[in-house]
Design a protein around this ligand. Structure first.
Ligand SMILES: Nc1nc2c(ncn2[C@@H]2O[C@H](COP(=O)(O)OP(=O)(O)O)[C@@H](O)[C@H]2O)c(=O)[nH]1
Ligand SMILES: [Mg+2]
Length: 265
């Protein structure tokens, strides 16, 4: 058995200036990994640029979608694409340099004995830079809200710098995930934990995007606040954790700080 095959899903909507440096920075960290750009027909031509880059980079793939349908839909399409092609590890990260590719190696290391790895701003060693107080409160408060209502021990539930073992994506019943935006991130982690998968957090430093503007909105925050309640009372995967646990054995503790933290429901 060699190294696991990894694919990094990079959703883009108007990321023309970030795309090429981002692809180069990922390759610099993980020369063997492949990248899938999922573009929602960006008016600024990001998808066209991705195609151009792919003609001279065989590890770069491009999935075009007809129009902007939100981050959650883009990820679902990317995951289906990756599962069809039998990748072992499926990663997601933003294309705007908020998620620094230098964290990729520690995320992949943690994936050796975890089913889901979360790049986390809120474990020791993790942080946000250049954020005002209001944004900090919304993000911290959002994770605290979701974690309390869902009864989870995960510190950073809304982040989108993650790695899934393929078995997790096969088990979570992707077509029934309705959330987009931040709720999408919460829902996938919640479902994985309900199914008894092992979720760990590794510290990341989250920076502001390099260029361009955010596509997130107030509506996306409101969706997350509502959907958390729907998740809590949904029958999805109830009881599955207990059934899975014995087959996977006890959780192995990660290294001392900073390192992966087991966070099971
Ligand atoms: N394909 C696709 N990508 C999106 C969409 N919305 C946001 N993105 C991408 O998702 C990532 C995170 O979005 P961003 O606007 O930076 O959100 P923020 O970091 O929460 O402000 C970036 O790479 C965006 O280009 C969408 O509707 N479709
Ligand atoms: Mg961003």
């Amino acid at each position: 058995m060699g190294e696991p095959r990894a694919i990094i899903c990079l959703p883009t909507y108007e990321e023309r200036e970030n795309l090429e440096p981002m692809v180069a920075a990922i390759h610099a960290q993980l020369p063997a990994a492949e990248i899938l750009v999922v573009d929602d027909n960006s008016p600024d031509g990001t998808g066209v640029l991705a195609d151009q880059l792919a003609t001279r980079d065989i590890s770069l793939h491009v999935l075009h979608r007809p129009g902007k349908q939100g981050l959650g839909r883009a990820y679902l399409a990317a995951f289906a694409w990756a599962l069809e092609r039998r990748y072992d590890l499926v990663l997601e990260m933003d294309a705007d340099f908020s998620h620094d590719p230098r964290h990729l190696p520690s995320i992949l290391r943690a994936a050796r004995d975890a089913d889901v790895v979360l790049g986390s701003r809120y474990v020791p060693g993790g942080r946000t830079v250049d954020w005002g107080l209001a944004r900090k409160l919304v993000s911290r408060g959002g994770s605290l809200y979701a974690r309390t209502i869902l009864g989870l021990r995960v510190r950073d539930l809304t982040g989108g710098f993650k790695c899934f073992r393929r078995e997790v994506l096969e088990a979570v019943d992707l077509p029934s995930v309705a959330s987009t935006g931040y709720a999408f991130q919460i829902e996938l982690t919640f479902r994985a934990i309900r199914l008894g998968f092992r979720v760990v957090e590794v510290p990341i430093v989250f920076a502001d995007r390099r260029v361009g503007r955010s596509k997130m909105s107030r509506g996306i925050v409101a969706e997350a606040m509502r959907n958390v309640w729907a998740m809590r009372f949904s029958p999805f995967g109830r009881g599955a954790a207990a059934a899975r646990r014995p087959t996977r054995g006890p959780a192995t503790p990660g290294p001392a700080t900073p390192g992966p933290r087991p966070s099971r429901a």
